[in-house]
Design a protein around this ligand. Structure first.
Ligand SMILES: [Fe+2]
Length: 367
């Protein structure tokens, strides 16, 4: 990839084709100190107020710089490497981390160790990369006093508060209002599918665990979706097309959102799963379509609940599990509450937290 000039026009050569770069595109990028704030990298001018017919009077390449005189009197020296970086047209940080498909055969992946100042270290960078690869990461020995989970979440980014509060306590209690607060088995599910947007990342921090059961379970919704696509394309098609209603009703709020059980992005690639079969209602469709839909949902549920795709592990006091609620399903095996206490704290953060931190650490360590 390189920049070439011809008669005061600037071209981008990607090896197979030569395309002219619009003069206005270059004019928007002038970065002299009267045009760009060095600290924030924000423009000191409004490009929408410029004449869109702007042209280049003179262009030359000098070492690694493109020197341009525009016909509105502005001269600029642009760093060519910065310009060519922009030709990928894609997010080069998050999307370049390839998601690893995993199932019950997943060999133990690297756990990370909590330490003072972790959030500004190279370890934190590696931890976040691992999170984006597998959809989850475990950090050991996170302090269990004073609701440290909130400090942890706010050190990555910011807590995503919901109507359930800043964080929640998961322990069995009398008269529970959710199965999470019992000692019963919890089937794999994603949290809060009725919110817009659905909380991106759930953090669970184990404070006390005195019981022999109560294993945490995880399933990779990405792996399951890709398997379904290969094995049952008809099922995959209907589950990625039909939007269903998810609803949550409380005294003070009615939450509702509609989405496919498997959501794809603009390029028809995996984006998100939602699965919470006590909360989803498919709209009325023609009978033959519903027939296919119900078979497809059953198949998906069978896969999510099968041992083939599930990993199980026991969270010990101090362990903090960070998981992608748009990708993974989580659950729990049952336990005997008479054996002792089991107490976890949970909260949510959004992707802007982890993405923002990862980009910052890449900048800091020049990775
Ligand atoms: Fe949950």
């Amino acid at each position: 990839m390189k920049i070439e000039l011809n008669k005061n026009k600037v071209f981008f050569n990607n090896g197979s084709s030569l395309e002219e770069i619009h003069p206005f595109w270059l004019r928007e990028r002038v970065d002299g100190e009267e045009f760009l704030d060095k600290g924030t990298q924000q423009r000191l001018f409004d490009p929408t107020s410029l004449n869109v017919e702007i042209g280049i009077k003179k262009a030359q390449i000098n070492n690694q710089y493109l020197e341009l005189d525009f016909n509105d009197g502005v001269n600029s020296k642009l760093d060519i490497s910065k310009i060519t970086k922009e030709f990928s047209k894609k997010d080069t940080v998050i999307k370049s981390i390839e998601k690893v498909q995993w199932d019950s055969g997943l060999k133990s992946i690297k756990n990370f160790e909590y330490k003072e100042g972790l959030f500004e270290t190279k370890d934190m960078h590696d931890l976040l990369v691992s999170f984006y690869k597998y959809g989850f990461v475990i950090i050991k020995n996170v302090p269990t006093e004073d609701n440290h989970i909130v400090k942890f979440a706010n050190s990555v980014g910011s807590v995503r508060r919901t109507n359930f509060g800043e964080y929640f306590d998961v322990k069995s209690k009398p008269n529970p209002n959710d199965l999470a607060y019992t000692s019963l088995h919890l089937a794999p599910h994603t949290d809060n599918p009725y919110r817009n947007p659905v909380p991106c990342i759930q953090i669970l921090h184990c404070i006390i665990n005195e019981v022999s059961g109560g294993f945490s379970t995880l399933v990779d919704g990405y792996t399951v979706s890709e398997n379904l696509k290969k094995e049952n394309p008809e099922f995959y098609e209907i589950l990625t097309r039909v939007k269903v209603r998810f609803k949550f009703i409380d005294k003070e709020i009615v939450l509702e959102d509609w989405s496919e059980l498997i959501k794809l992005d603009e390029e028809k690639n995996f984006k998100q799963v939602r699965f919470s079969p006590r909360l989803d209602y498919v709209p009325i469709l023609e009978k033959y379509e519903l027939d296919l839909y119900y078979k497809a949902r059953k198949k998906l549920s069978d896969m999510y609940n099968s041992e083939k795709f599930r990993i199980e592990f026991k969270l010990m006091p101090g362990d903090l599990l960070m998981m992608d609620n748009h990708r993974l399903l989580h659950g729990r095996t049952s336990f005997d509450a008479n054996e002792g206490n089991r107490f976890l704290q949970g909260c949510y953060i959004d992707f802007d937290s982890t993405e923002g931190k990862l980009r910052h650490l890449k900048r800091k360590f020049e990775i």
